[in-house]
Design a protein around this ligand. Structure first.
Ligand code: ADP
Ligand code: MG
Length: 146
């Protein structure tokens, strides 16, 4: 599924994330690339909704990582979600907060915004999702390796 999808509103981006949630297997790292305001957090909110995580869904920009322990295991066997944001921090911080351990959690998935900030820590096995701003309300979303 490397064909780009175009969304025309934040709602559509959320819905796209929600639909994708069903296809994600435990042990997956999702890397969300895109400029500020491209919709990485919006897309993640859709994923969280699809996985039936407990609200509130917060942007992790200020907490580095928020962990969601799901009230019910998903059909695919996902029990936890780690939503992280490397925008303000670097590789040293991510090593210290044991990023590698989240990625090694075979019952969890990791959703990472600004993966390029910690390029040296990224495992080969990951799904790269790129969001590109086309206009105020239009975004192009490309998924690699799903
Ligand atoms: P990021 O996490 O990439 O910085 P956010 O998801 O926090 O981006 O913000 C995206 C902003 O763009 C929100 O204010 C959202 O309402 C707006 N927006 C407008 N159109 C779209 C779209 N098609 N998809 C996602 N967000 C959109
Ligand atoms: Mg964000």
């Amino acid at each position: 599924m490397n064909t780009p999808t175009i969304t025309n509103s934040a709602e559509e981006t959320r819905d796209f994330g929600k639909k994708l949630a069903r296809e994600i297997k435990p042990g997956t790292l999702l890397c969300l690339q895109g400029d500020l305001g491209a919709g990485k957090t919006t897309f993640t909110q859709g994923l969280l909704e699809g996985l039936e995580a407990t609200r509130p869904f917060v942007s992790p920009t200020f907490v580095i990582m928020k962990q969601y322990d799901l009230p019910a295991v998903t059909e695919n066997g996902i029990k936890r979600i780690y939503h992280a944001d490397a925008y303000r921090v670097g590789e040293k911080d991510f090593r210290e907060i044991s990023f590698a351990e989240w990625c090694a959690d075979t019952e969890g998935i990791v959703i990472l915004e600004w993966p390029e900030r910690i390029a040296n820590l990224l495992p080969e096995k990951r799904i790269d999702i790129t969001l590109r701003t086309l206009s105020e309300a239009d975004r192009e979303i490309t998924i690699k390796n799903l």
